[in-house]
Ligand binder design. Structure first.
Ligand code: NDP
Length: 283
């Protein structure tokens, strides 16, 4: 039987730490950390995420502003918005809520955000530094939150066989790079992987970032594996992860629940990145 990794609790501690440092920054340097979230369109999940981010900022003493634009906004109208935020010294972090509507090229917009304000860690320069093993200004929030969750179990990552299922730019690839940086032996699986079950069974650390409800079966989890379930799938039975939690917990040593695992960490890491941006900002 496994132990449940309480992402909510771990995230709460990080948020409290951030709130303390934000208060100090205000007091000692009169810097008011500020995050601006750019939201284009009315995607219901994005609306929820943005509201959660706003609430979390408020609790940590971070100023947050949401810039809302209609779904038919053209790319050439969004670019000057980003440019203005880049040059506004009172703004420390910029987050463009994804997905963007079809007419806007996501790559162009993410590349436009100044790397020093890229608190989502998705700018090509920050991702490139991660690839080269250099220290990026910011690491993407979900991947860095996943590493925190693994570390919270006391598991040493070095030398472990880690399997990441999913190769997206926002989760799969960066988390694989972070695990590699910490000297795990990393396998990245995806939709064309032959014998996915066999690959998963080899994992001592298993990260599932697929977006398919309960796709990873209990008997795909090796005895004693640490299982991190990134999936957020809305089903008739409510929110479920990519891992069959009930089955997997029989074999795993530690496992994250959905909800209450990775999700809260993503927001906590966003607050931490915004604090870092404010601490590093030129005065
Ligand atoms: P993407 O859809 O961008 O990527 C999914 C990945 O899963 C792809 O690499 C895809 O492979 C792979 N995949 C799809 N089907 C299979 C299959 N049958 N077998 C093996 N691999 C498969 O998703 P994201 O990375 O953005 O997100 C993954 C999940 O994590 C989603 O549920 C999302 O909601 C959740 N998420 C949660 C966050 C949180 O804070 N909790 C934050 C971000 C995401 P291929 O590349 O070959 O197509």
């Amino acid at each position: 039987m496994s132990q449940i990794i309480n992402g909510k609790e771990i995230a709460k501690k990080i948020r409290e730490g951030v709130a303390k440092e934000v208060a100090e920054l205000k007091l000692k340097k009169e810097i008011m950390p500020k995050l601006v979230v750019v939201l284009v369109g009315e995607d219901p999940a994005s609306q929820v995420y943005v509201r959660m981010k706003e609430k979390a900022c408020k609790e940590a003493g971070i100023i947050s502003e949401i810039l809302r634009y209609p779904v038919d906004l053209e790319e050439n109208k969004l670019i000057p918005v980003i440019d203005k935020l880049n040059s506004d010294a009172s703004v420390h972090g910029i987050l463009v809520q994804l997905p963007l509507p079809k007419q806007i090229n996501e790559k162009n917009i993410l590349a436009r955000v100044s790397p020093s304000k890229d608190v989502d860690g998705l700018h090509i320069e920050n991702l490139g530094k991660l690839l080269k093993g250099e220290n990026p200004d910011f690491v993407a929030c979900t991947p860095s939150g996943i590493i925190e969750l693994i570390l919270s179990t006391g598991t040493e990552i070095k030398g472990k066989r880690a399997v990441v299922v999913g190769r997206s730019n926002i989760v799969g690839k960066p988390v694989a790079l972070l695990l590699l940086q910490r000297h795990a032996t990393v396998t990245i699986c995806h939709s064309r992987t032959a014998d996915l079950a066999g690959a998963c069974r080899q994992a001592e650390i298993l990260v599932a970032a697929v977006g398919k409800p309960k796709m990873i079966k209990g008997d795909w989890v090796g005895k004693g594996a640490v299982v991190i379930d990134v999936g957020v799938n809305r089903t008739d039975a409510g929110l479920v992860g990519d891992v069959d939690f009930e089955g997997a917990k029989e074999n795993a040593s530690y496992i994250t629940p959905v909800p209450g695992g990775v999700g809260p960490m993503t927001i906590a890491m966003l607050l931490k990145n915004t604090l870092i941006a404010a601490q590093k900002a030129p005065r």
